[in-house]
Structure formats: structure tokens, C-alpha cells
Design a binder for this molecule. Structure first.
Ligand SMILES: Cc1cc2nc3c(=O)[nH]c(=O)nc-3n(C[C@H](O)[C@H](O)[C@H](O)COP(=O)(O)OP(=O)(O)OC[C@H]3O[C@@H](n4cnc5c(N)ncnc54)[C@H](O)[C@@H]3O)c2cc1C
Length: 378
């Protein structure tokens, strides 16, 4: 079948579906193309911060008929975060901003269903075979074409379309994760981050319904035995390390892609754009926000200029997290973690609420963050 639309969106993860929903609401013709059939899984910790929840419920799904739990997509809500170094607890606190968790198989399917419920067209199990940038036509696997005026590239961290269109490729980190039934572990239930098991990265434990999602990742070039490291960590919790299936995936790591270099009719959103918090690895917030921004920019005379203005604050924030990680976390020895974090329960709670759940202060100014803490946070 052949299509003729204003906007073609490649990839129907959070970035692509947020874009599609925004376009549908604005009455702009569009189509979503994804190589998978939904529901499909995506390797991801699935932790949603307060700012993500806000984008979802206040910007994207302004009329959720199924209430604030979005029809039960949230599997857990955590109100406590503990920080560790190599199994040694450094600090922990109750947090004011809730940390919700989802399974991506359900969450992404929920967004795609929303898109379809308002008339959107999703082509599943379909890839783009070629892109004619002169006639602005996509040739699809299985035959058929899409004529488009504007293109939103939202096909994830490895984004084959990004490469085809001549955009640069961001640096990538690798992450491995697994799900362990809560009944298998004798641990206190809360969100855990442990900086001591992987160099230039961290281990996470996220409560997720009947399970914990446990994973690790990092950018270290030397230390890539991630499955072994995760097994080591599981064993340290008293779990049988060989019992659980592990899945790995890439994550953009470093600065976002400089989008001025690609064609004017195409923009990158979500992981394809390298929009991931470099301190925490959070990407769903940026995927949803940039997807919405792409949808809102589609009616503007200068699509790309409008989009880059809208995502300017996101790109800036990502760059700041990158600098912060490079400066303070990358080569920090255990002693420094112990000195800076050890026993600082109140600071841990402040940091989670003000820097992870919200970006209330700039990562480029550590003094400002500390001053904010002294003043009680925002
Ligand atoms: C192990 C791990 C843990 C993470 N944990 C968290 C977390 O707890 N919280 C958080 O906020 N973020 C987390 N992230 C980051 C988060 O998963 C991503 O930032 C987010 O999925 C980005 O959404 P996206 O829509 O840009 O891309 P994706 O979710 O990757 O979606 C891309 C879509 O494009 C499709 N696609 C790919 N290639 C093609 C093609 N050639 N043609 C058509 N379609 C294609 C795919 O099928 C997919 O549906 C984690 C990432 C990893 C790897």
C-alpha cells in the first residue's frame, strides 16, 4: 500500500508514539513505522521519574480515560532510594517524588494503543528499505511507499535511519539486566543504586511488581564483562546467578547528536538523538519530551529550526549531565564515594527529588546544587 502524509515517524517506542499522538491531536497527517509487532519488549529498567509522569499525564495524555495509573501500567511505586558502593550501604532516604516502574512491553503497547485509538496508523513488522531524499519517499519492506514532507527518526539507540541520513552516531554504553522474583530475595524493598560493581557506571535494583529489575551498565571500555558482573552482583544478594535470563542493550552515552548536520526535513528524537541523562541513564522522559516537541514543530514553516529550539533545553541538560559524569563520577575512587555520600541521608533524598526526579538545578554548577540543598531544595 502507498501512503502520502505530512510526517513519517520511524520507530514507535516512547519517542515515536509520543510524536504520533501529538500529530494526531493536531490533525496533521502522519504514519508510524516499526520493525516490531506490538506488544514488543524493550530491554529497560522501566523506572519513571516524576517529570516523566508529568509529561505523560499533563502533556501527552491530557485526557486519560483510565485514570492517573493509566489503566494499571505502573507495576510499582517506590518512595525510598538507597546508595551503595560495592555492597556497602552509603546513604539512603525516603523521597518525596515517587519513582514509578513499568514493564516496557506493557507501557509501549499502551502508548501505541492510545495512538491508534485516536485514529493513528502504525505499520508493524515494517522497515524502511530506502529513503529517497529528493522525492521524499520511503520504500517499505514488503512493498509500498510513504511520501512525506517531514521525517521524525525515532528508531532507538542504534538508529539505522540516522546513519542513512548522514547524521553522526553518538557514543554508546552497554547495559545488562534481568528480572528476579521478589520472593527469591531477602532484601528490603526500595530503589538501590550501587556504584561499586562496574567502572564508570552502576548497578540498579528497581522494584517492579512481583519482581525486581536488576541490571548494570556503563561506558567503561576495559570492563565489558557485564553478564559476569551482574551474576556476581546477584550472588552477593544471595540469588542463584544462573537462574535468571539476562538481556543486554545499548544506550546512547555522551553528548547528544548535533542535528544541524543532517537534512532540514528530518529530526532525531529520543535515543536516536542521544537524549539520555548521562548521570542516571534515564531516557524515557527525554524520548517522550522530544517526541512531543517533534509533533508540535511539524506545523511550523521551518520544521527543524522550531524543533531544535524546543529541544534546546533537553540537549543542554544532557550535555551538562555528560560533563558532570566525566568530572565527578568517571574516575571517582571508592574513598571519594564514601566521603561525599557516606552517611548523607538527607542529601541523598534531596538529590533524588531535585536532580533525578526533577532537574531543578543545573548539573554544570555543583555549588548551586549544594546551595539548593542547604536551602532545603525546590
Ligand atoms: C538496560 C537499559 C535500562 C534502562 N533503564 C531505564 C530506566 O529505568 N528509565 C528510563 O527512563 N530509561 C531507561 N533506559 C533508557 C530507555 O530505555 C530509552 O531511553 C528509551 O527506550 C528511548 O525511547 P525511544 O523511543 O527513543 O527508543 P526505543 O524505545 O528503543 O524505540 C525504538 C523503536 O524503533 C524501532 N526500530 C528500530 N529499528 C527500526 C527500523 N530499522 N525500522 C523501524 N523501526 C525500528 C524499535 O522496534 C523500537 O520500537 C534504559 C535503557 C537500557 C538499555
Amino acid at each position: 500500500m502507498n501512503y502520502d502524509v505530512e510526517v513519517a515517524v520511524i520507530g514507535a517506542g516512547p519517542a515515536g508514539s509520543a510524536c504520533g499522538i501529538t500529530l494526531q491531536k493536531a490533525g496533521i497527517t502522519n504514519i508510524l513505522i516499526d520493525k516490531s509487532r506490538f506488544p514488543r519488549n524493550k530491554t529497560c529498567g522501566g523506572l519513571l521519574t516524576e517529570k516523566t509522569y508529568r509529561v505523560l499525564t499533563k502533556t501527552l495524555l491530557t485526557d486519560p480515560v483510565d485514570g492517573s495509573d493509566l489503566g494499571g501500567v505502573f507495576r510499582d511505586v517506590s518512595e525510598r532510594l538507597d546508595l551503595y558502593y560495592g555492597g556497602e550501604r552509603l546513604a539512603g532516604s525516603k523521597v518525596a517524588k515517587k519513582l514509578r516502574s513499568v514493564r516496557r512491553v506493557t507501557f509501549d503497547d499502551y502508548l501505541v494503543k492510545k495512538y491508534r485509538s485516536i485514529g493513528g496508523t502504525l505499520l508493524e513488522e515494517t522497515t524502511v528499505e530506502s529513503i529517497d531524499t529528493e522525492s521524499r519517499t520511503l520504500a517499505l519492506s514488503g512493498g509500498g511507499t510513504v511520501k512525506y514532507r517531514r521525517l521524525v527518526v525515532a528508531d532507538g539507540a542504534l538508529s539505522p535511519t540516522r546513519r542513512t541520513l548522514g547524521f553522526e552516531t553518538p557514543e554508546l554504553a552497554f547495559c545488562t539486566e534481568t528480572y528476579v522474583p521478589k520472593a527469591d530475595l531477602d532484601i528490603e524493598e526500595r530503589v538501590v543504586i550501587d556504584f561499586g560493581f562496574v567502572k564508570n557506571g552502576y548497578v540498579w535494583v528497581f522494584p517492579s511488581g512481583d519482581d525486581y529489575c536488576i541490571g548494570l551498565g556503563g561506558k567503561s571500555k576495559k570492563d565489558r564483562r557485564y553478564d559476569d558482573l551482574l551474576k556476581e552482583y546477584l550472588a552477593s544478594l544471595g540469588a542463584d546467578p544462573d537462574k535468571y535470563k539476562m538481556r543486554g542493550a545499548f544506550l546512547p552515552f555522551g553528548k547528544p547528536v548535533d542535528q544541524r548536520k543532517g537534512p532540514d526535513f528530518a529530526v532525531l528524537a529520543g535515543d536516536a538523538a542521544g537524549f539520555v541523562d548521562q548521570v542516571t541513564g534515564e531516557g524515557i522522559y527525554f524520548a517522550l519530551s522530544s517526541g512531543v516537541a517533534a509533533g508540535l514543530s511539524a506545523a511550523e514553516a521551518d520544521f527543524k529550526k522550531a524543533y531544535l529550539e524546543k529541544v534546546g533545553p533537553i540537549a543542554k541538560a544532557v550535555k551538562e549531565t555528560d560533563r558532570f559524569r566525566e568530572k565527578y563520577l568517571k574516575n571517582a575512587p571508592a574513598a571519594l564515594f564514601r566521603r561525599v555520600i557516606g552517611g548523607r541521608d538527607a542529601f541523598t533524598g534531596f538529590f533524588c527529588d531535585n536532580m533525578i526526579s526533577e532537574m531543578n538545578y543545573s548539573y554544570s554548577n555543583a555549588l548551586e546544587i549544594y546551595r539548593g540543598y542547604k536551602e532545603g531544595g525546590k
